[in-house]
Design a protein around this ligand. Structure first.
Ligand SMILES: [Zn+2]
Length: 309
């Protein structure tokens, strides 16, 4: 089989479930682009594929990418790869669009990843807590975060087994160069399952509410190559600063100002080197295990760096 014929065969196979594509026609289109217009083969393939997508009224993710390979969640680091996953549905979220049937979080022993299932793909519903073999899902990337899309070519098989779900644990070692807004003594919405941080006494969802005090730090840690956003919850903040929630509340009441707590914490931690470990949640690392490192912290240099970020 010639090279062009092989490529034509691949494209033909991708569409065989959807429309009647003539393999001679595919080959002719490829040949014209490659021989007459001197288009490189991979570009010619994309162009011809797009032609048939348009003709069939399909989207890229509707057609099979050919060979999908068994993959682990932690290995997903490229968009538009076709893979098979064995994963547990950890959470289902409310879809924000009618075009989405289900959206949520999948997990396997190596980590977690968001998934989206299109409404028009008409796949069976996934249950929270269920373990599935998902064949032919396609990876996607948005702002550095990966997800997988279940599409009309995806095959879903429910498995009668449980799998352990691992954390994507991150380790960050470097200087804490900045503390972001929303750090220190904050108030959260008291409504069940809300816990949103209040802005001027208001919850985005529930309006004006009597907030509950909490302690939190959103910090930027620079490892010399990248800046990482790290969140310290109440326990981690108390441990990091030696300041308890009760003490922070007293401090704020004495000063009639809650921002004094953030100021105090900032003075204590910015410019210090830390080794931080914890699960990743979106773009954040949640500080689980924190160790202060004695380091060559040059406050002047760090400040210049922090300002430039
Ligand atoms: Zn709320």
């Amino acid at each position: 089989m010639s090279d062009v014929r092989q490529h034509a065969d691949d494209i033909h196979a991708q569409f065989s479930d959807h429309i009647d594509v003539d393999i001679e026609d595919v080959e002719e289109r490829l040949t014209t682009l490659v021989d007459e217009y001197k288009v490189p083969m991979d570009e010619a393939r994309r162009s011809v594929t797009n032609h048939y997508l348009e003709e069939a009224g399909l989207e890229r993710e509707d057609i099979s990418g050919g060979d999908s390979e068994a993959a682990k969640i932690e290995d997903v680091d490229e968009p538009e790869e076709w893979i098979d996953l064995t994963a547990k549905v950890i959470e289902l979220w409310d879809p924000r669009s009618d075009s989405v049937a289900q959206v949520g979080l999948l997990g396997d022993p190596t980590g977690t990843i968001k998934f989206t299932k299109w409404a028009k793909s008409e796949l069976p519903a996934l249950e929270e807590g269920g373990v599935y073999e998902l064949r032919n899902v396609v990876t996607d990337e948005y702002q550095g975060r990966y997800s997988v899309k279940l599409n009309s070519t995806t095959v879903i098989e429910e498995l009668d087994e449980d799998i352990e779900v691992g954390n994507d644990t991150s380790e960050v070692e470097g200087a804490l160069v900045d503390m972001q807004r929303g750090s220190g003594l904050i108030k959260r919405c008291p409504e069940d399952d809300c816990t949103r941080v209040l802005q001027n006494g208001r919850c985005n969802e529930h309006g004006e509410v009597e907030g509950e005090f909490d302690l939190r730090i959103k910090a930027v840690v620079d490892d010399g190559i990248d800046a990482h956003e790290v969140i310290f919850d109440k326990d981690a903040t108390e441990e990091l600063t030696g300041l308890s929630l009760e003490e922070a509340k007293e401090m704020a009441m004495d000063a009639l100002d809650t921002t004094i707590v953030a100021d105090e914490i900032r003075e204590d931690i910015v410019g210090t080197y830390y080794h931080i470990e914890g699960p990743t949640f979106g773009r954040y690392v949640l500080a689980d295990d924190v160790e202060e490192l004695g380091g060559p912290a040059d406050p002047e240099e760090l400040l210049i760096k922090a300002r430039s970020m």
